[in-house]
Design a binder for this molecule. Structure first.
Ligand SMILES: [Zn+2]
Length: 420
């Protein structure tokens, strides 16, 4: 019995994030577009995990398996691409994150702010919170959009002073955590809910607009990133040959399959067909229901400090100029209050700024809503000793991320309210 217990302990200790032991995060600096192209080829050959794409003016971050490091460095050297190992053992940083976050548990009860968004919450907590808000506030309704692959209920809030009956109001939809590992996006969405429900300081925002907020678009992947693999990105579909999981943000019917992963083991795998996954079907159905008065769609991701718009093929939507100008206004509003050490937001078409990527949620919303649709890439918080960055969340940054992003969101919402 004792032996079994010891074995069980060893196994459980071994399980979580253990496969990341010894993997390194590389900082990559490319000089020109040719080098960026070479790097993309390497990424495909080695199936590397790109945390942030390098651009000539902006360093990128790539996670490399321990056994691929030597090869990878040789290839970079041959191409003359500059690099540095930013984090030698990512597992240590993940352990540090867990330690720091565990200290924040319960802090929202004692802080003066008392906000649910002040901690990184799990699926069950958020699920209960949404129901609780709907019970307590007249202008809030909770809706079950459907179930995830593993059967989790995907709930979203409808926030409206007129019960969604006033057809003259635009609808604003915010969605987060379609990519499981982008944890900071959840407190940001929860902050928005807080400002529309529990701490209303801008009456016009609920008077002039109807809101739909979906905090956890990919609950299975999100829970998996807590229990098993911190850097998991996709959903948890197990009905594919090869590897598990579909990149939900490549699974929408927007030039599906043109610029995305064709093979299940790739992190950008697009699935067997557009909308093959229950999680994307749910977002499709919400958009379809409100498409006639969709004013704004925001898909919140991390990281890199970008506000991106479609299309992922590089072609611009008909209202591309307005989309760009409103995007710049949002970026300016955030930059005014951001932490000094973080870089300014960059605004642009996703294919021009980063890389072609098709099948994304914001492209699909752009097509069906024909309004304003963006992908936010929140800033990467970095602590002073460079042991935490990218997807890893330092509790110190949680409230700031919510606050500054909300400053940006408000600008676009007011534009939509005035021009709808
Ligand atoms: Zn993402």
């Amino acid at each position: 019995m004792r032996l079994l217990l010891v074995l069980a302990l060893v196994c459980s200790a071994y399980g979580k994030n253990e496969e990341l032991e010894g993997d390194s995060l590389y900082k990559i600096r490319v000089q020109d577009v040719d080098q960026a192209q070479t790097l993309n080829e390497l990424v495909n050959i080695f199936h590397l995990d790109v945390w942030s794409h390098p651009l000539p003016e902006r360093d990128g971050y790539i996670l490399v398996d321990q056994q691929d490091k030597l090869f990878f460095e040789n290839e970079l050297n041959a191409a003359g691409i500059e690099y540095e190992i930013e984090i030698n053992n990512i597992k240590e940083s993940i352990d540090l994150e867990e330690q720091l976050l565990s200290k924040t548990v319960g802090r929202s009860n004692v802080s003066s702010f008392g906000g649910f968004f002040e901690e990184v919450r799990r699926y069950d907590e958020v699920d209960r919170y949404l129901v609780d808000l709907a019970n307590r506030y007249d202008h809030v309704e909770v809706v079950s959009g459907g179930r995830s692959f593993e059967g989790r209920d995907i709930k979203y809030l409808k926030i409206s002073t007129t019960n969604f009956q006033d057809q003259s109001k635009p609808v604003v939809m915010i969605e987060s955590l379609i990519h499981a590992r982008e944890w900071i996006t959840l407190p940001v969405t929860l902050y928005a809910i807080h400002k529309l429900v529990e701490d209303i300081t801008d009456q016009d925002l609920i008077r002039d607009v109807d809101w739909i907020i979906l905090p956890i678009a990919n609950p299975d992947g999100y829970e998996y990133s807590h229990t098993t693999n911190r850097i998991w990105r996709k959903n948890r579909a197990t009905d594919y040959v090869g590897c598990d999981g579909v990149d939900l943000n490549r699974n929408f019917d927007a030039s599906w399959g043109i610029a995305s992963g064709w093979f299940s083991c790739l992190d950008t795998f697009h699935g067997r067909s557009a909308f093959s996954e229950p999680e994307t079907q749910i977002i499709r159905d919400i958009l379809s229901e409100h498409r006639h008065r969709l004013g704004l769609f925001l898909d919140i991701h991390s990281f890199g400090s970008y506000i991106l718009y479609g299309y992922g093929t590089g072609q611009l939507p008909p209202n591309g100029l307005i989309i760009h100008l409103v995007g710049v206004s949002m970026a300016n509003a955030i930059d005014r209050v951001k932490w000094e050490a973080n870089r300014n937001y960059l605004v642009g078409n996703i294919a021009s700024v980063l890389y072609p990527a098709t099948g994304g949620a914001s492209d699909y919303a752009q097509i069906v809503g024909n309004s304003l649709s963006y992908t936010y890439e929140l800033p990467a918080y970095r602590n002073q000793v460079n042991t935490m960055l990218g997807f890893l969340v330092d509790p110190e940054f949680i409230e700031q991320a919510g606050y500054e992003t909300w400053e940006g969101i408000k600008v676009a919402v007011r534009y939509v309210a005035q021009n709808f």
